[in-house]
Design a protein around this ligand. Structure first.
Ligand code: BT5
Length: 326
């Protein structure tokens, strides 16, 4: 843990109170002058920290920037997801950065955020719009001990984590649309891109790419997305602090990842089914050139959607574009 992370943990721990320089210096094992120097650096980044010669330091406000040390201080209890966090000002795609880390054998749980992406992507090579500082654009490296067929479980885990974090931080209750969309009043506010490196019988690594539209105003979306997309700010009616939301998502992901690695996917799937607006609906699912039509009945143990087709057959669908039918 870096010195800045530890200073921020101590300041947050004090709430609206002060932490004395002597206390910090003792806890961190560095001089009071060194602490003062770090506080000055944090101030330059936009952290408003009051300093009083008698009482010490107090955190007044934090800027709306993503800062790796700060994010780490917010998820210090996490076991896997977020034990290593890196933030870039701009990348082509955070999934590509993580893919490279995976090939360099970096441990699972590393999370890469970018303030903006020049080539953010969705599924099937679609574009994902990722404007600077308006949303959360990040990817998580995982090495789950699962068969490749069960990879959809991770998309389900990401969707339930997003659902809970968005509801808890903003007060707005979103819906989950299978397999990878989070919607509010029918408009997309977040998406998940799961990419996989696997052998026939096991997953080498899996990258969860997550995009959340946080603080765009309606007119900041490109015209072609204005009818289909929305942001948390537009729906909640207030600015949302991105670092708080990011930390909440990483905490929820860590919790659910632990659940599936302990082979408890059923609990995650139950919660998912309760929030998912796709289950129980008539759907048309486009998979490549093929369209399956029928009734979405449930999720199976691998996270696949079970669809009763118009011919009465139960089909297992692991991906595709869903349209709800009236
Ligand atoms: C997704 O694809 O929903 C997955 C999005 C994943 C984005 C993250 S950001 C961090 C990581 N790095 C990446 O490069 N990607 C991941 P899909 O279901 O295929 O939806 C793509 C479609 O959503 C596009 O064709 C647009 O219609 C629409 N779209 C594009 N940008 C959007 C945005 N910011 N908000 C809402 N909809 C958007």
């Amino acid at each position: 843990m870096t010195t800045d992370t530890r200073i921020l943990i101590a300041l947050r721990g004090a709430g609206t109170g002060f932490v004395s320089g002597a206390e910090l210096s003792q806890q961190l094992g560095i001089t009071r002058a060194a602490i003062w120097a770090r506080i000055e650096e944090l101030r330059k980044l936009g952290y408003d920290i009051a300093a009083s010669p008698h009482q010490g330091y107090r955190l007044i406000s934090v800027p709306d920037v993503l800062h790796a040390d700060d994010l780490l201080s917010l998820v210090q209890g996490n076991k896997v997801v977020g034990r290593d966090i890196r933030v870039f000002e701009e990348t082509a795609s955070t999934n590509d950065v993580v893919e490279k880390l995976a090939r360099d054998r970096v441990k699972e749980g590393v999370v890469v955020f970018a303030e903006s992406q020049s080539k953010g992507r969705g599924r099937l090579g679609r574009k994902w719009i990722s404007p600077p500082r308006k949303g959360l654009w990040f990817s998580v490296l995982l090495r789950p001990n699962l068969r490749p067929q069960a990879a959809t479980q991770l998309t389900v885990v990401a969707a339930t984590a997003l659902f809970r974090a968005i509801r808890d931080v903003t007060g707005v209750t979103p819906e989950i649309k299978w397999p990878n969309d989070i919607l509010i009043k029918g408009r997309k506010v977040a998406g998940v891109l799961t990419e996989l490196s696997a052998e026939l019988d096991h997953i080498n690594h899996l990258i969860l790419g997550i995009g959340v539209d946080v603080n765009q105003t309606a007119t900041e979306f490109p015209p072609e997305l204005r009818k289909t997309a929305t942001s948390l700010k537009a729906e909640a009616g207030r600015h949302i602090h991105r670092a708080d939301l990011a930390a909440a998502i990483l905490r929820e992901l860590d919790r659910d990842y632990a659940r599936i690695t302990s082979l408890d996917f059923a609990k995650v799937a139950d919660e998912w089914q309760q929030q998912c607006t796709t289950i129980g609906q008539r759907v048309a699912i486009q998979i490549g050139d093929r369209v399956i039509q029928g009734h979405a009945e449930a999720l199976d143990d691998d996270g696949a959607l079970l669809v009763r087709t118009q011919y009465g057959r139960l089909e297992r669908v692991i991906g595709g574009d869903v349209t709800l039918q009236k």
